[in-house]
Design a protein. Structure first.
Length: 231
């Protein structure tokens, strides 16, 4: 984490796309605190300390993911990992998305990643990304034929092989964090929600983190009903 954020109070913009603030103003939204309110947009997920909303304007749709740390217990639990003396979860997610896009793996464009801190302690973190035209594999799965499931799993495994060869270790490789769509009969798959990622030297994936990725993916696919050890 940059030293400028260690004891900062206020907004810390970790990432920002040019024109993002102008876009909010044009839509009558007074900044990220208002955009990240529970009452903005269409509900995607809704938990005690985190939520996701789909927000739309004339330029398109964006997903707004918010983590809130309202109590000292919440903040202390993440000390040294996400809430103090460490980058926030959204900062790590934004960094992963940027790396993936820069290295040809596609995925949503980050529009903003903002931390709100008091004396360095994280109180809220917000990630805003474009809505990528696809669905999570977890959502798609029940709608697919067995053959379609087979080709989708093959596309997922091909993506993971490419990621590993490039030196990317996801450490959060679940079906719900993989988005897919079919383009002219072929699957396009991208990875989101990778706050725990690590980068290693590119090359053959023989390390324990690559093995752990594959094991986690296998468990996730098995939970969907994919045969154990298949594919």
């Amino acid at each position: 984490m940059a030293m400028r954020g260690v004891f900062q109070t206020g907004e810390l913009w970790v990432a920002e796309d040019p024109g993002f603030r102008d876009r909010l103003r044009a839509a009558g939204v007074r900044g990220v605190p208002e955009l990240s309110s529970r009452w903005q947009g269409e509900v995607v997920t809704n938990h005690r300390s985190s939520w996701v909303r789909r927000w739309s304007d004339s330029a398109g749709s964006m997903f707004v993911k918010t983590y809130e740390y309202t109590t000292w217990r919440d903040r202390m639990r993440g000390a040294g990992r996400t809430t103090w003396l460490a980058p926030s979860r959204v900062g790590r997610e934004a960094k992963a998305l940027a790396w993936l896009r820069e290295h040809g793996f596609g995925g949503p464009q980050t529009r903003a990643a903002v931390e709100f801190r008091v004396a360095g302690w994280l109180t809220r973190a917000v990630l805003v990304t474009d809505a990528w035209p696809g669905q999570s594999i977890e959502t798609l799965w029940p709608t697919l034929t067995p053959d379609d499931r087979g080709t989708l799993v093959a596309a997922v495994r091909a993506l993971v092989d490419r990621l590993h060869l490039a030196g990317f270790r996801d450490r959060n490789l679940d079906a719900r964090n993989l988005l897919a769509r079919r383009d002219e009969g072929a699957w396009t798959v991208v990875k989101i929600d990778s706050p725990r990622f690590r980068l290693v030297r590119p090359g053959p994936a023989t390390d324990r983190r690559a093995t752990a990725d594959l094991q986690r993916l296998s468990r996730s696919l098995t939970d969907l009903g994919w045969p154990v050890g298949d594919g």
